[in-house]
Design a protein around this ligand. Sequence first.
Ligand SMILES: Cc1cc2nc3c(=O)[nH]c(=O)nc-3n(C[C@H](O)[C@H](O)[C@H](O)COP(=O)(O)OP(=O)(O)OC[C@H]3O[C@@H](n4cnc5c(N)ncnc54)[C@H](O)[C@@H]3O)c2cc1C
Length: 139
Amino acid sequence: MVQVEGNSVVFDKDGETHHVEGGERILLSVGRRPVTQGFGLENLGLELLRGGIKVDEKMRTNVPGVYAAGDVTGFSLLAHTASREGEVVVNNLTGRNDIMRYNAIPGVVYTNPEVAGVGGRQRSPPGPEILLIGLQNSR
Ligand SMILES: Cc1cc2nc3c(=O)[nH]c(=O)nc-3n(C[C@H](O)[C@H](O)[C@H](O)COP(=O)(O)OP(=O)(O)OC[C@H]3O[C@@H](n4cnc5c(N)ncnc54)[C@H](O)[C@@H]3O)c2cc1C
């Protein structure tokens, strides 16, 4: 998005400038990605996968003694995933065998009404059934 003028939005796409007239609301939706470049990480020789640091189920990287947790792994990019991944790292570092499972991470869509889901997806390996629940409006 380049500019908003009254009810008109100007944005660039594929090298061209576009104008949209007559809108009343703007929904701006952006993606997120792991940041793995520009601060020396590349000097460690870590293997990357789809832009994130590749880890196994114990959050170990390909470099012995180096673990990764959170957005930098590029799996789910959610705070509660990062928190659990960190827990798995600490447990394994302190000798408690622990693994990360990604088949039951809740996700929330902040619409009205709100929507939340947890469980397997159609294209993922067999897992729990998808459960969609409406959240009580807190306002
Ligand atoms: C706009 C927005 C909305 C979001 N909303 C939700 C939401 O509703 N629910 C949800 O679950 N998740 C949400 N997320 C995602 C959530 O914020 C992340 O998944 C989570 O913060 C990842 O935790 P992290 O510890 O991996 O990374 P971060 O929280 O990004 O922590 C990384 C830390 O490393 C520090 N750092 C970076 N580079 C260096 C360096 N070179 N040296 C030292 N320190 C460094 C940074 O300052 C930062 O403190 C949202 C993210 C964004 C951007």
